[in-house]
Design a binder for this molecule. Sequence first.
Ligand SMILES: *Cc1c(COP(=O)(O)O)cnc(C)c1O
Length: 431
Amino acid sequence: MTGTYTRSKELFERAQQSIPGGVNSPVRAFKGVGGTPIFIERAKGAYLYDADGKQYIDYINSWGPMILGHAHEPVVKAIQDKVANSTSFGAPTELEIAMAELIKSMAPNVDLVRMVNSGTEACMSAIRLARGYTGRNKFIKFEGCYHGHADAFLVKAGSGVATFNIQTVPGVPAGVSGDTLTAPFNDLEAVEKLVQEHKNEIAAIITEPVAGNMGCILPKEGFLEGLRALCDREGIVLIFDEVMTGFRLAAGGAQARLGINADLVTYGKVIGGGMPVGAFGGRQEIMQHIAPLGNVYQAGTLSGNPIAMIAGYTMLKELKDNPGIYKELDEKTAILKNGLNEVLEASGTPYVINQLGSMISVHFSDKPVTDFASAGAANNALFNKFFHAMLNRGIYLAPSAFETWFICNALSKADIERTVEMAAESLKEIL
Ligand SMILES: *Cc1c(COP(=O)(O)O)cnc(C)c1O
């Protein structure tokens, strides 16, 4: 049942002649796990089809956006209906108001929201705003968290930066990264210490409320609450990077699921329904510093693009109007988790499964995985073998142990059973 990947291999050869590493985003290159990336031709529901015509059950889902499955019909139709009216105006539209109102109705602590074109832009702009609002320069981020590829965030970053073990990124001047302070995720004491050392200098603390760029890592009890209290005490802007968790862990994102509000929230992935979209928003008092209300400049030629807006709006509206979707996603993920627990237990290899809602990851570790250090200490060479064994059996996992898996609601119980069966076979093969 092993794949041949003939056409993908040809395409990868050709791609490398004109695209850096053959890809337009590094993790896609499979450099972390080795081998040839599979080139995708199309996708529908929970399935991907590669250039050789092979079908896969998809656990990446475009790294999150496809929460309802690929080519979800209402989204496809909404795009088709809009596209003939031109793809961009660079002028305001009523649809952008509807989108902002919908986001506000799902995230009650957002008074004003600005649309951008990616998660990177959202996080970069939120930090600029926090700095402009507080008049302070430094901010704290957590080791292994990823907030996009803006200069100031490429310090101990997760996702591809972690996968490729890039310690310092050439091209990021020390003058820029010097104001980025880092602490281990889940370590409130370390944050407290940084805040004391840099009294009245810290503009923001930015975190993924549930980390998904070093595998899936849950916040320990009291961690986010502690950050909230610390920020309130010290006049620091708390930013939740909900690019991954927003509209995924609940209609109101991690804020609603965990019951903690940030001052600023960033969105991406699900918010665009598969189109290039991001957003940042928050309380009026802070957001009013954004241009043209204030002088914190932020702009975008294609921001609020009508095709991107209708795709995102259609998806968010369906999620808001059908809260049962989140229950279904939780149930499906629980079935997957139980099945994986059984086969991993039977295999005798040490493992950890971390999961919340439709985010789940497997680490081959004999210790709990609670931060970047413990994620890195796992047997990630074994993960890479597992990845390839699964891929050969038609299960498309993220090509790195430093990524979460995403469940989409198009996934059937039969798909999950098949995934678990293939996991059992894969473990037999690699152990
Ligand atoms: C994906 C991601 C980003 C970056 O979003 P892009 O759209 O890739 O720029 C930022 N933060 C988190 C938490 C992410 O998962």
